[in-house]
Design a protein around this ligand. Structure first.
Ligand code: GAR
Length: 201
């Protein structure tokens, strides 16, 4: 399955997919393209180091849909079949999401539906949550509302800060995302009215 990754920054989740692929854990995945909306994204260095094509598409000089159309054209050019949002800090338009219905996966640093949005760690700490974690889900038109594929839990410690909590959750993200992508690329995810069913191999 030809996969494109969309990222905005550090790209450690992108790296976890590259590593899993190089280990042979993603036998059905071909990471064909990285799209960034930030010229400074560290994800670019990771793509270059592993000979993955990348493109920067600027979003600051155009409307949301115009940006998405430009991304879609690039994805078409690469015959992309699945899209991974790996720290892509931009809401996608309805047009984009419906064009790739049930083909976009996102990772979020909380146990959704708890703590959606841009401040998941802070919100978990403010709510005195005793556990948090990460969620890989299909992207729909809402913010962090799509069908959940899998989650990994992390215990919140009484002295946790946003930094300590996020770094422990990140370790789980790097396990969860390759796992979810493997299931997706092996056609083992079935979306039902009760959520996502994981089919046997
Ligand atoms: C990750 O923690 C990811 O869960 C989060 O951004 C970080 C990106 O890190 N995504 C969101 O909050 C999306 N709502 P990375 O660039 O090192 O992969």
């Amino acid at each position: 399955m030809r996969i494109a990754v969309l990222a905005s920054g550090r790209g450690s989740n992108f790296q976890s997919l590259i590593d899993a692929s190089e280990r042979g854990d993603l036998p059905n995945v071909d990471l064909v393209l990285l799209v960034v909306n930030n010229k400074e994204a560290k994800a670019i260095d990771r793509a270059e180091k592993h000979s993955i094509d990348w493109i920067f598409i600027n979003h600051t000089d155009k409307e949301r849909v115009a940006f998405d159309i430009e991304v879609m054209a690039k994805l078409d050019e690469y015959n992309v079949e699945g899209i991974i949002l790996a720290g892509f800090m931009r809401i996608l338009s309805k047009e984009f999401i419906s064009n790739y219905k049930n083909r976009i996966l996102n990772i979020h640093p909380s146990l959704l539906p708890l703590f959606p949005g841009a401040h998941a760690h802070r919100d978990a700490l403010e709510a005195n949550a005793t556990k948090s974690g990460c969620t890989v889900h299909f992207v729909d038109e809402g913010v962090d509302t799509g069908s959940i594929i899998l989650q990994k839990e992390v215990v919140v410690k009484p002295d946790d800060t946003e930094e300590t909590l996020s770094s422990r959750i990140l370790v789980q993200e790097h396990i969860a995302f390759p796992e979810a992508l493997h299931l997706f690329s092996s056609n083992r995810l079935k979306i039902t009215s009760n959520g996502v069913e994981i089919l046997p191999p």
